[in-house]
Design a protein around this ligand. Structure first.
Ligand code: SAM
Length: 262
């Protein structure tokens, strides 16, 4: 897949310096509105009064995403019987709570993306370290966390348990220490006529392409986890590296495979 062409839309007024600084940080060209929306670029990034957003000019992925932890859909997902959500069951939080362990479950979300899973884990009471290797996605997350830290009280409480790091899990893992749980969510194909709630993931896929890891991330993750590794898979995809999980939790479109540390 060829590299996506991304510009920064300069905007107007007091936001120009913020957009300029981002262009410098990411080494991306600045563009006027006319140029940014032109077919020369696949995507453009832009700070406006609502924060940073990524816009797609690609026909099949038209639209924009921003990381918004105050978002009603995310908040609903985080409130709807949290302990019954497959991700929460998969990380073993219920078990830990039954054992009445006071210390928070520490989770490394090694592939954070737009951070909705990390946010859910933090809302459920985990301490989450978030790792993201793509600089554009990292910038969106950083902005989302900043706004979240000034948002609704419950959003602020969750965001306080989320720490964001930039880097590739394959390169950073030595520096990272150990965690109770490692969570891996590689990119998997998302259908074009997918539900509206999944559109941001579709746009992300257009930006990043599908995962093509050669390295055995699962073995690496197991070497860092004290308790377990959770791998998110498309519902019908084969087991990661043909390794049978100890437990799995199936949802409508995805499943969580759990590998326990022996
Ligand atoms: C499917 S998305 C994760 C979605 C996320 N669970 C959510 O709730 O939004 C995968 C993300 O992992 C990142 N990624 C893939 N491989 C990585 C690696 N080896 N180290 C760090 N980040 C990685 C990609 O850039 C992408 O943003």
């Amino acid at each position: 897949m060829k590299r996506a062409r991304v510009a920064i839309l300069s905007g107007v007024g007091e936001l120009i310096p913020q957009n300029l600084a981002l262009a410098e940080e990411l080494g991306l060209p600045m563009a006027s509105k006319f140029d940014a929306m032109d077919r020369h670029f696949d995507f453009y990034l832009h700070y406006d009064e609502k924060g940073l957003s990524l816009h797609s000019n690609l026909g099949q992925a038209l639209g924009a995403v921003r990381v918004n932890f105050d978002n009603t859909a995310l908040n609903r997902r985080s409130k709807d019987s949290l302990s019954n959500q497959n991700l929460i069951k998969a990380v073993g939080l219920k078990q830990k709570q039954k054992q009445k362990q006071k210390q928070k479950l520490s989770v490394l979300d090694a592939m954070t993306g737009l951070g909705s899973d990390a946010f859910l884990l933090a809302c459920a009471g985990c301490r989450v370290t978030m790792l993201e290797r793509n600089e554009i996605v990292f910038s969106l997350l950083r902005d989302g966390l900043l706004r979240g830290s000034k948002g609704l009280p419950e959003t602020r409480a969750a965001v306080a348990e989320m720490m964001l790091l930039k880097g590739d899990f394959l390169e950073k893992n030595d520096e990272l220490g150990n965690f109770d749980v490692l969570y891996i969510d590689p990119m998997f194909p998302i259908k074009r006529n997918t539900a509206r709630s999944k559109k941001p993931m579709y746009l992300l896929q257009q930006l990043l392409g599908e995962a093509q890891e050669e390295t055995d991330l699962l073995s690496l993750a197991l070497s860092k986890a004290r308790d377990r590794v959770v791998v998110k898979r498309a519902k019908r995809s084969p087991n990661y590296n043909n390794r049978k999980p100890d437990i799995n939790f199936k949802g409508t479109s995805s499943r969580y495979d759990v590998y326990l540390v022996r």
